[in-house]
Every structure is written in structure tokens, then in C-alpha cells.
Design a binder for this molecule. Structure first.
Ligand SMILES: [Zn+2]
Length: 269
């Protein structure tokens, strides 16, 4: 097994939020395009140098069986229980519901939903905001609505809108659409859940909340990049994980910001 493969596996494992599980096969499919590498994934997971920190207890067998664990199966079950996953006779209860989708739902939002777009990005969902759908030929509200529906259709995104007319014209075109009825962003997230739109509820460092591009870990030797930004807590460099946006260069880190968000989301659950 190459070091790269192991790293790829552990990177996927890091993405699984608390309260969710995935399977060895799903990780194999993510990396190689096929479930055949499931065994190799299980071996890579077993060699996880930082159990619990890299949450490999959240990886189970494809039939819902909890599988093995370097610190013992009992410990694995206890950790999963603490995260709200029920286990009966070594099997995950409501398996389908707690499976973490590696390909999170993708959205496009209308101009009324800027704040919701930001939150969806923080939760790892690829979300394009109406103002970013670039088509210079579009003028006026009606044209913009048409362009939004066309964009959602082309990119197979779920359209989120406050506008009843826009929602109905999207539905007529067969575009998956949710009409949002509330104004508060937390209520809006709740609406999505109540409408069975399976959004992730754990902030994940995969996407820039400003521009929707991917963010990546700042590696050793790149710390200079952090010192150039006045808003970065430089005293934490070398102690905390930092991420950089591949689109706009914005720096992210796991600070109080995410803790607050996590708390608000917990209340939502
Ligand atoms: Zn960005």
C-alpha cells in the first residue's frame, strides 16, 4: 500500500462528521472509482496513527456491521453511541439515514438567499449564488429567473428560492426546487431538513464560504502565506490547522467561529 493511498483514505475519513458513518467500499469508490479496493481501505484505516482524532471509528462495513477497530470493537461501538449512532447486535440501526454522502447535494440560490448560501458552503455544499451565475445577455428580473432555472437544469443543482413564481416555473421544467418560506437562516436550514433535503449539519473545511471554491490544508513550509494576512491569529501558526481557499486565497482555521456555528447547528438538530 502506498503512502499516498493511505493519506487519501485518511483524508476522506476526516470528512465524515460526527453522527454519520461511511463504509470501506464508499471510500474505495471515492478514491479509485470502484469498491474493489475496500479491503485496502480497511487496511489503511487500521493503520490510522491518530485514532479518534482521525475518526476512523466512523467507517463500517457495507452491510452495516461495525467492522473492526484498532482500539477494540467495544470502544468503537461506545464512540459511535456517544455520537448518536445506535448499534444493535454490532449493526448500525437506521444505516441509510446515518450514511455520510461523499457527494453532498449541490445548490443554486436566488438573490434573497445570500446568507443561506454562505451557510451551505460552510457545511460543505457546493452552492452558487444567483449573482454569480454569469450571463451578460441577461437583463431584468424575469430574464434572470429564466437563467437561474436553466443553470440549475444544466448543472443538476437544486434551486432554492423565496419566490413562488420562480419555484413553480422551475418545477414545470422538472428542476428540483425548494421554495423557502422563512427569513431567518437557521429557520431556512430547518425548512430544508423538514422537506427531506439531506443537508450535512456539521461544518467541514472543504469549501470557501466567500467564493465556493475548494479549500485545502496549508502545508508545512507554507506558513509565510499565513503571516501576510492581518486577520490570521499568527500565535497559533504551527499549533492549529489552517486552510487556504484555492479560489480567493482566504485563510480559514478552526477557531471560535466554527465552535459557535457548531453550537447553533446542534440546537437545530
Ligand atoms: Zn474563496
Amino acid at each position: 500500500m502506498s503512502k499516498n493511498f493511505q493519506e487519501e483514505v485518511l483524508n476522506r475519513v476526516k470528512q465524515i462528521p460526527s453522527g454519520k458513518v461511511t463504509t470501506y467500499g464508499a471510500i474505495a469508490r471515492e478514491i479509485t472509482g470502484s469498491v474493489r479496493a475496500a479491503r485496502a481501505v480497511a487496511q489503511a484505516v487500521a493503520k490510522n496513527p491518530y485514532p479518534i482524532i482521525i475518526p476512523c471509528h466512523r467507517v463500517v462495513r457495507s452491510n452495516g456491521d461495525v467492522g473492526g477497530y484498532s482500539l477494540g470493537v467495544d470502544k468503537k461501538i461506545r464512540l459511535l453511541n456517544e455520537e448518536g449512532i445506535e448499534i444493535e447486535g454490532r449493526k448500525v440501526v437506521n444505516f441509510e439515514e446515518v450514511l455520510f454522502p461523499f457527494e453532498p447535494l449541490r445548490f443554486v440560490t436566488d438573490r434573497m438567499l445570500g446568507k443561506l448560501s454562505t451557510w451551505l458552503r460552510i457545511l460543505g455544499h457546493d452552492t452558487v449564488y444567483a449573482a454569480e451565475v454569469k450571463d451578460k445577455s441577461v437583463e431584468g428580473e424575469e430574464e434572470e429567473d429564466k437563467a437561474l432555472v436553466a443553470f440549475a437544469e444544466q448543472e443538476a443543482r437544486i434551486l432554492l428560492t423565496r419566490d413562488k413564481n420562480l419555484a413553480s416555473s422551475a418545477s414545470k421544467k422538472g428542476v428540483q426546487c425548494v421554495q423557502i418560506k422563512t427569513e431567518d437562516v437557521m429557520e431556512q436550514l430547518k425548512e430544508l431538513l423538514l422537506r427531506n433535503v439531506n443537508i450535512n449539519l456539521e461544518p467541514v473545511p472543504v469549501r470557501c464560504s466567500e467564493c465556493n471554491a475548494r479549500i485545502r490544508n496549508v502545508e508545512e513550509g507554507e506558513e509565510e502565506m499565513l503571516k501576510e494576512k492581518s486577520y490570521v491569529p499568527t500565535s497559533r501558526v504551527g499549533k492549529w490547522d489552517f486552510w487556504v481557499c484555492e479560489g480567493c486565497g482566504r485563510i480559514y482555521w478552526e477557531g471560535s467561529h466554527w465552535r459557535n456555528m457548531r453550537e447553533r447547528l446542534r440546537r437545530l438538530k
